[in-house]
Design a protein around this ligand. Structure first.
Ligand code: RB5
Length: 165
């Protein structure tokens, strides 16, 4: 499978190890950088190019690493068509694909060990979206938000209509 990887300084070493393991397993790995350790780099500079590549199909799936995995997932999910999540167990890494069609997996290089990250990665890559009607229906509701140029205005109107007072 063609897989993109990317990381800032917080995930640099884990990304390097994961890229090596993925290549050993026969995957085609595209490295969206950072190519060198830079303690001052910013995760959006690497996560967003990878997220865009996943969204347009240049790579099939992505693995992102930052210090906690939070910034990477927040940034990646701003790109239309991306469904990214931080997973720290193999059940979520697999079910995130089967039910939610997750296409980017995020890790915290400072919060997880490589053995767990690799276990999650293998489950993520082995899994396929089930295509079940209920999951398609739920994903369609999420995708609706992406497709609307009025999304922000709708957010405000909906919050006023149904949100907490
Ligand atoms: C960088 O120090 C750190 O904030 C970043 O890698 C990440 O953890 C953000 O969520």
């Amino acid at each position: 499978m063609k897989i993109g990887v990317a990381a800032d300084h917080g995930g640099f070493e884990m990304k390097r190890q994961l890229a090596k393991l993925l290549a050993t397993e026969g995957h085609e790995v595209v490295d969206f950088r950072n190519a060198v350790y830079d303690a001052d780099d910013d995760y959006p500079d690497f996560t967003i190019p990878l997220a865009r590549a996943v969204a347009i199909g240049d790579v099939k799936r992505g693995v992102l690493v930052c210090g906690s995995g939070v910034g990477a997932s927040v940034a990646a999910n701003k790109v239309n068509g991306v469904r990214a999540a931080l997973c720290e167990d193999h059940f979520s890494a697999r079910q995130g694909v089967e039910d939610d069609d997750m296409n980017i997996l995020c890790f915290g290089g400072r919060t997880m060990g490589i053995a767990l990250a690799w276990d999650c990665t293998k489950n993520f890559l082995d899994a396929k979206f089930s295509g079940a009607e209920r999951h398609r229906r739920r994903l369609a509701k999420v995708a609706q938000l992406e497709n609307s140029t009025m999304a922000r205005r709708n957010d405000r109107q909906e919050l006023q209509a149904i949100g907490p007072k």
